[in-house]
Structures are given as C-alpha cells and as structure tokens.
Design a protein around this ligand. Structure first.
Ligand code: SAM
Length: 511
C-alpha cells in the first residue's frame, strides 16, 4: 500500500465534524456543559479538546500501567460523554499513534534538538500525538500544531509546550512521503539493511519484521509481500460480524445494519458504520463481532471429516468465547454438544455470556480448568477438539495497537512451551478417528509449524499417533473463494491478502 493510500484510509476516519483547527464542534454540548464558560477567553482558547485529552490519557495509561488501549479508551470515552465522530477522532488518534509509534519516534528523533531518551515520557507522548495528526490524519497542520501545543501546556507545562511547538513545526515542514524516505535512510544509511528500513518506515520492532518475513516464506508465500503485510498491520481492521448459523438470519441482520458480505466466510458480514453492540442480533448473542479469520478456522475445523460418531466437541481454550459461540451454534445444527474449557475464571464467565443464545442442549458444560490436564483426565473422550492456543498475537497487531511494542522474543519460548503441552493434551483427549484443530492468531513459525511438528512426533512417542489432515480442501469447501497455497496442508490467513487476522490452522487426525 502506498503512503498516499494509507493516508487516504486514515483520512476517512478523520472527524468531518471538526472545524479547521481539528477541534470538535459543539464540544460543550457533547460534554453536557452549558455553552457559556467562566474561563477567561484567553484560557478558553488554550483548552485542549476532550478527544485529544482522552487520547493522551490512553497513551499514558498504556505506558504507565501496562494497560491495553482497547480496554482503557472505550470506558474513558463513555465516562467523559465523548461520542460519535469525536469518539472516532479520539480512537483513531490514540490507536493510530500507538500503532505507528516506531515511525513517529524515528521522525521525532530527526526533528528534535534533544535525543528522544532525554525527553520526558509525557512530552514524548504529546509529540507522538502531534506527529500522528500531522502525518497520519487529515488535521490541518496549523491546527495539529496549535492544539497539540495547547495539550502540552495543559497537561505538562509551559516549557514543554514551547519544545513541542518547535519540534512539531519541524515535523510539519515535510509531508509523510518525505519523512518516510528520510527515516528509512537514517535507519539504513548504506542501503543494505531492509529489515531496519522496514522497521522504521512500517513501525514494527526489527525482530517482528524478521519473524514476519520467515513466516511468509515458511507459509509458501513470497518475502516480497513483507512490506504489504506490515502496512496492513498499521490499518484499523474492518468491523466484522459473525451471524451464527441457526441463531440469526443474515438477511435480517442486513435489514438492521449497513453490512456487506466479507467475502470468504459465509457467516461473516462487514459492518460499514455504527455501534455493533446496538444491533438486536448482537445484543441477544445470535450474532457477534468476530474477525473473519476466526470464523474461517472454526468453520473449517467443524467441516473436517471425522471417522465414526461426531457428537461431542471440546473447546480447550475457550475464553472469551467467540469461537465457542460459533461452535455451539454449529453443534446445535448437527445434534452435537460442546464442552467449553478455560483456565481463567473471569474468562469462563465471558464464555457463558457468549453462549447465551446457543440452545442449552448443545452445551454440555462450560468449566474452568487447566487444559494441560484434560488429556490425562479424559483420554480419548471427544470427537473433535479445538485448541485455539494462547499465543503472541503477532497475527492481530492491527487489533491491539500497543502489543507489538510489548511482546518480546522471550514470550515465544514461554508460549510455545505451553502450546506444546496443550496440543499434547488435545491429542490425548480426542478419540482415534477424531480431529484436533490447532489454531493460533500468530503466523510465527515457532508457534505454528514447529509446535505441530513436535506435537506429531511427541504423539507417536506417547502412543497416541496423529496424522496431518490436508486442510486446503476443507477450507475450500467452507469458503469457495479460498485460494490454497501449493505444497501446504495447513491454512495461514494474512491481513494483506485476506483482510483477516493472520490466523493459522492445522488439522490433525488421531490414528
Ligand atoms: C487465543 S485465546 C482463545 C480465544 C477463544 N477461543 C475465542 O475465540 O474467543 C486463548 C485462551 O487460552 C486460555 N488459556 C491459557 N492457558 C490455558 C490453559 N493452560 N488451559 C486452558 N486455557 C488456557 C487463555 O486464558 C485464553 O482465554
């Protein structure tokens, strides 16, 4: 995607109701305040608007309390009664700034008279917000600078405001394309380090850039797609609904909301605007918000042929219950029953909530237990076992704006060890002839192909041998538009190709 296209996409989420200064109109009304204020006019004109304040508070919570932006911002907007386009502006400002933090830090490092590590973290976050308004959103440059200077003055102090003014004025001197060129050259001065260049330009840690290149190649795709993959991580994901089969009617949902078919999964609709939580079908649990990739891997898992009965399904790591709800709906249609297992009690409660619309006789149990023990406690007990494993989430970076900066290579070692144990347990829990679906929302080879390779070997040693089932024809049956990758029996989805999270699916049959 070109910088121009990327900007165009950001532009569409910019606030059309904002005035030329990028400030919201009718702010007092949105805030429930009287139009008159007791502040002196000079002070009034300096007040940063609530949307920018909300974005700033979100960035500070992410930095100081290890908070998740998508858990911090929505309640903050509700509490402060920031709604509609102003909420959209705050969301794009906060999430976009977090996703593109690496790019903006590279820009700010060139524009600042001080090394960034000497800049107060509060000031640095204000600068990042200013950089995103200037380079990633359609806020007029003078408004982006003056409003952000106002934010600095209000939240940090007058000295900080002067510094912010000087740096942002320098940032505003060049358009995004020129800055991308400059930060690319600064990261890769000799022109022989494409990873460093992409890391700066596409705003990913270098280790993630390397891992994504290996994942693309390992999944049978070209390394030339790397730039497009990283750019796709920087775009806000579309809002996709799942219409749970037998519980809701897509035509009915289409009457209630502005939706279009997502393209691959027959259950998936893209919502073009509005609050999905306000839709009746979503409120009652017959539909939900779910990435199309999650729907596809669940549908393919259920479509995989098993030998013999097909009545008892286990979701080993079910929380918060998105896939369990789809599984439950499909189980109800097929006369099967599901057991939903989750290790964290509060997430088990979310699974119960997600399953509220699934007919009771399709749900055998929702329980809290460590999935690693299930294989030993209930050997050969299920016809299908879904293992949607805890993972780094490197395939869902666009959805979790700050996570790329939090994850470390050390997480891979911990998580892939857990994934191996859980997969061994899943294999032990499925009966001979039954199917295990191994799913991650990461394309990292250490969490996908290597875990599967080890699990197949370990299963043989443990006396519970498995074979890999070719998932390509199964996926083609579920999603006729699916294009298999030559030589691959697993399924790897990609944001830049399929518009989904980078979900992985391997199907195993117990022998
Ligand atoms: C990727 S999430 C599952 C998402 C879920 N399938 C959905 O679609 O909503 C992985 C889940 O595994 C849970 N988990 C982690 N370790 C576990 C364990 N040892 N046993 C069972 N669940 C575990 C996590 O708490 C988390 O809820």
């Amino acid at each position: 995607m070109s910088g121009q296209e990327r900007r165009g996409r950001d532009d569409r989420s910019a606030d059309a109701r904002r005035d030329a200064r990028g400030r919201q109109r009718g702010e007092a009304r949105v805030q429930g305040r009287a139009a008159r204020t007791t502040a002196a006019p000079s002070q009034r004109s300096r007040q940063a608007d609530p949307a920018r304040n909300a974005a700033y508070d979100t960035l500070r919570a992410v930095a100081e309390s290890d908070a998740y932006a998508n858990l911090v911002l929505p309640p903050l907007l509700r509490d402060r009664r920031i709604a509609g386009r102003d909420a959209g502006f705050a969301t794009e400002l906060a999430y976009g700034t977090l996703r593109l933090r690496g790019r903006y830090d590279a820009v700010l490092a060139l524009a600042s008279s001080r090394p960034l590590h000497q800049v107060d973290p509060n000031v640095l976050d204000v600068l990042r917000l200013g950089a995103h308004q200037l380079l990633g959103m359609r806020v007029a440059p003078h408004a982006a600078v003056s409003e952000t200077v106002g934010l600095a003055r209000e939240r940090v102090g007058a000295g900080a405001a002067q510094f912010v003014n000087a740096v942002l004025r320098r940032v505003s001197e060049h358009p995004l394309e020129a800055w991308l060129e400059r930060i690319g050259d600064a990261a890769d001065p000799r022109g022989d380090d494409p990873v460093a260049r992409l890391a700066a330009v596409e705003s990913h840690p270098a280790w993630v850039v390397r891992a994504m290149r290996e994942s693309l190649v390992g999944a049978g795709r070209s390394a030339d797609e790397l730039g497009a993959l990283l750019a796709a991580d920087n775009a806000p994901p579309r809002v996709t609904l799942v219409v749970r089969p037998g519980l809701a009617d897509p035509a009915q949902v289409a009457q209630e909301a502005d939706v279009t078919p997502a393209g691959l999964a027959p259950t998936a609709l893209v919502l073009s605007g509005g609050d999905p939580g306000a839709l009746p079908a979503v409120r009652d649990g017959a539909a939900g918000v779910q990435d199309e990739g999650s729907q596809l891997v669940t549908l393919a898992f259920v479509a995989a042929p098993v030998e013999g009965p097909d009545a008892r399904w286990l979701d080993l790591c079910a929380g918060p219950g998105g896939k369990a709800a789809l599984l439950g709906a499909l189980a109800a249609q097929r006369g099967a029953r599901i057991v939903a297992n989750e290790v964290q009690p509060h997430r088990t409660r979310l699974v119960e909530q997600a399953l509220r619309a699934v007919p009771g006789d399709a749900v055998e149990e929702v329980r809290t237990s460590d999935g690693r023990t299930v294989g030993a406690l209930e050997p050969a007990s299920y016809d299908r076992v879904l293992l949607d494993a805890p993972c780094t989430g490197l395939g869902a970076l666009r959805r979790r704006p700050e996570s790329r900066w939090r994850r470390t290579p050390a997480d891979l070692a911990t998580l892939s060890a857990l994934q191996r144990e859980l997969l061994a347990s899943a294999v032990a829990a499925v009966r001979p002839g039954g199917v295990v679906g191994y799913v991650t929302c990461s394309p990292h080879l250490a969490e996908t192909q290597l875990v599967v390779l080890d699990a197949v070997r370990a299963a043989g040693r443990a006396g519970t041998p498995v074979e890999v089932v070719d998932a390509a024809p199964v996926m083609a049956q579920v999603a006729p538009a699916w294009q298999p990758v030559a030589g691959r029996t697993d399924v790897q989805l990609w944001p830049h190709v399929h518009g989904t999270d980078a979900m992985h699916l391997t199907l195993l049959r117990r022998l």
